[in-house]
Write a protein that binds this ligand. Structure first.
Ligand code: ZN
Length: 247
């Protein structure tokens, strides 16, 4: 079976059998990959230390029918705060779960790999709640499932700078007040300030060193839109969110 090497970020680790793991990797070369790591829960396994959530690895794998198999792995970067601070870890798990749920398997997405790497590294120094919010807003833009934030989803009109509009996840995004009046779908207020924040979140440059500040009101509203939308897509609650709510 074909053997290949990849740069990978670990986005899921699941115990399997007595001594094995199934790991979920996001690779620069092949996108999301699920792979068996045989013996990796044995203390002496050379894979044990590397295959931990959020690590950045160089891996070699062989392709399989259902699952690939991890042959070797070496750690390129071990993110300290993501592995040790429970709150940061919880927000990191939310980002990882969204990648796992919404990015297709074995579809190369090098931009998503770069984004995920930037997001994981931002967790080391920035506010984890804001990093997770911006990270997932940006990730969803690569899924083909994105909402319309800037234009009315019905008439396609670009909302003007100071215009307060409505937002409906079921309709697929923003609604101008004319379309909303005609349609009467359930929706929430979508003030211009929130729209500006979401536009800034989507355009945020992780390399810039720019400060992340946001009014609590906008943070809560942007989270509500994102979470409502993710749960609608999934049809069930995200596991990482129930954990976050317990913190
Ligand atoms: Zn409209």
């Amino acid at each position: 079976m074909a053997r290949y090497t990849a740069h990978a970020l670990v986005i899921g680790v699941h115990p399997w059998g007595d001594a094995d793991k199934v790991v979920e990797l996001f690779t620069a070369e092949k996108g999301r990959v699920r792979a068996a790591a045989f013996g990796s829960r044995r203390p002496k396994s050379t894979l044990a230390a590397a295959l931990q959530l959020f690590n950045e690895l160089d891996v070699s794998l062989t392709e399989g029918q259902r699952l690939d198999t991890v042959r070797t792995s070496s750690i390129q970067h071990h993110p300290k705060k993501l592995s040790e601070d429970i709150v940061t870890m919880a927000y990191g798990s939310f980002v990882a779960e969204c990648v796992s749920e919404f990015l297709p398997e074995k579809q190369p997405e090098p931009h998503v790999y770069d984004l995920l790497r930037s997001v994981f590294s931002a967790f080391e120094t920035r506010n984890p709640r804001i990093v997770a919010l911006l990270g997932v807003y940006q990730l969803m833009e690569f899924t083909g499932l994105q909402l319309s934030y800037e234009r009315c989803v019905r008439c396609g009109r670009l909302l003007s700078e100071a215009e307060d509009a409505l937002f409906s996840e079921s309709a697929g995004g923003a609604l101008c007040s004319d379309c909303h009046a005609q349609e009467g779908t359930s929706s929430q207020p979508y003030p211009a300030a929130l729209r500006r924040f979401i536009a800034a979140a989507l355009a945020f440059d992780w390399q810039s060193g720019e400060k992340l500040t946001i009014a609590t009101k906008d943070l809560l509203a942007a989270e509500a839109i994102l979470i409502g939308y993710l749960q609608r897509l999934l049809g069930h609650p995200l596991r990482s969110l129930s954990f976050l709510q317990k913190l």
